[in-house]
Design a protein around this ligand. Structure first.
Ligand SMILES: CC(C)(COP(=O)(O)OP(=O)(O)OC[C@H]1O[C@@H](n2cnc3c(N)ncnc32)[C@H](O)[C@@H]1OP(=O)(O)O)[C@@H](O)C(=O)NCCC(=O)NCCS
Length: 134
């Protein structure tokens, strides 16, 4: 998961870093836990955050990747963004070669606006979605 979200060979997060990450995301936007319903119970499998600056999403439970959960969650968040009056969203860092993420964001309408290289030399794309587009 970290390879996709943070770049190839990312070091595992400490609990303190995880706490800082969620505090930061909650300070710039809204953080949602993604749950799947199985029978009468709901199981948390990932999270997504909505802000104008970034829209990070992970399905942390690998058993639930590639099964449409990310697409469904992102579509819900985009609907919310529209209702909140956001005009543009940016997925600020999608590592080149992260096919699942690139296809996920492309599928819901984002386009790659530009590319960059992080401090570790990993290439990434900056993807944008103009919510005013019909
Ligand atoms: C990226 C991620 C959030 C996508 O969520 P998901 O629930 O697995 O995605 P979905 O099942 O909704 O599929 C979305 C698209 O990705 C494609 N996809 C899914 N897994 C894939 C894989 N392993 N390889 C290639 N394509 C893949 C699907 O076919 C679909 O594309 P399509 O509509 O063109 O067919 C999830 O895989 C994940 O958490 N990965 C690790 C962390 C990460 O990379 N986060 C993103 C950081 S920007």
């Amino acid at each position: 998961m970290l390879d996709g979200a943070e770049g190839p060979n990312a070091a595992p997060f400490t609990r303190e870093r995880i706490a800082r990450m969620y505090q930061y995301l909650a300070s710039i936007g809204r953080v949602y836990i993604i749950e799947v319903r199985e029978g009468e119970s709901y199981t948390p499998v990932g999270d997504v955050a909505l802000s104008e600056r970034m829209i990070p999403i992970v399905i942390g439970d690998a058993r639930w990747r590639g099964r449409g959960v990310g697409t469904a969650a992102l579509q819900e968040v985009l609907e919310l963004a529209r209702r909140l009056g956001f005009s543009r969203l940016t997925a600020h860092r999608i590592f080149l070669g992260n096919q699942a993420s690139e296809r996920l964001f492309a599928r819901v309408g984002f386009r790659r606006d530009r590319t960059g290289v992080d401090d570790e030399g990993h290439g990434y794309g900056v993807w944008v979605l103009d919510l005013r587009d019909p």
